[in-house]
Design a protein around this ligand. Structure first.
Ligand code: PMP
Length: 282
């Protein structure tokens, strides 16, 4: 199986990452996860544009253009014969003696990408999942897809230890997002999701969901809502690249609606599946 290191497609076993890579020592870098269905990249441009925006936000120079990057990723998918799965890509600020200060211009970024087979989570999407709420203890630039994921890991681990799929984070009573997904509620037939500001990652799946709702006469608002609104909602669902559109049937041990995936969530799942088939074939 092959991966990309700094623009070259190489056998994975031949790749070595330096112990003074700033990604390893500081989490000083950014990343993306792109879905592949039937060997075709889903919403690749959106992901690569977000990667570029994340890099710019931390004053990190992109190793190449997003156009070149996409060409390399297509080649990688082909060489690895990936059918359904993900591409993981990350860029770090490179290798230099450990120092909080950025290295000089002579140090270039380290860019890696690899593929992994991963099926859609069909059973969970069909049955719905349980979740817990946790305090959002992250920094104030959650819009950057940075490698620093410690608060997200703590949240996801706590969810798992409580037999749950995801942790829904809240800041001062306002629901922000999951540990690796966005969350939306449905109240009286209207979808509500946190606005795309510095407090959440503006998920690509979230953006697709909003567009699909708008195009299909499902009312959708980017507006803040409370933990109380969340627990009392008619329906709650997650969106994310690996999560797709995932119904939530329980939060902190309390049933959402009648404890089964709701009709608007089902409709959005159907629209999302059709969008995947439109972009990637059946
Ligand atoms: N929020 C966070 C914190 C995430 O890690 C993810 C997954 N990348 C998302 C939201 C969903 O974003 P996307 O739909 O682009 O995968």
């Amino acid at each position: 199986v092959k991966m990309i290191l700094n623009g070259n497609i190489t056998e994975r076993t031949e790749i070595k990452i330096d112990l003074e890579d700033r990604g390893y020592q500081f989490g000083d870098g950014v990343y993306e996860v792109i879905r592949v269905y039937n060997g075709v990249l889903f919403t690749a441009d959106e992901h690569l544009n977000r990667l570029e925006a994340s890099a710019r936000s931390i004053h990190l120079t992109m190793p190449c253009s997003t156009v070149e990057m996409k060409e390399q990723l297509l080649q990688l998918v082909e060489e690895n014969k990936l059918d359904t799965g993900i591409i993981y890509l990350q860029i770090t600020r490179g290798v230099s003696p450990r120092n909080h200060l950025f290295p000089g211009a002579e140090v270039g970024p380290v860019y890696i990408a690899y593929t992994r087979e991963l099926a859609s989570p069909t059973a969970a999407m069909e049955n719905g999942v349980k979740t817990i709420t946790v305090e959002d203890i992250r920094w104030l630039r959650c819009d950057i897809k940075s490698l620093n994921l410690l608060p997200n890991l703590l949240a996801k681990q706590k969810a798992s230890e409580n037999g749950c799929f995801e942790a829904l984070q809240h800041r001062n009573g306002t629901v922000t997002e999951g540990s690796s997904s966005n969350v939306s509620i449905v109240v009286n037939g209207e979808v509500k999701t946190h606005p795309a500001n510095n407090l959440i990652l503006n998920g690509i799946s979230r953006q697709v969901m909003i567009r699909l709702c708008t195009d299909n006469q499902i009312a959708v608002k980017e507006e803040i809502y409370t933990v109380e609104d969340l627990i009392g909602a008619d329906e709650v669902f997650l969106t994310g690249t690996t999560t797709e559109v995932m119904p939530i049937i329980e939060i902190d041990g309390k049933k959402i609606g009648n404890g089964a995936p709701g009709p608007i969530t089902r409709q959005i799942q159907t629209l999302f599946k059709a969008e995947i088939e439109k972009q990637c074939g059946q």
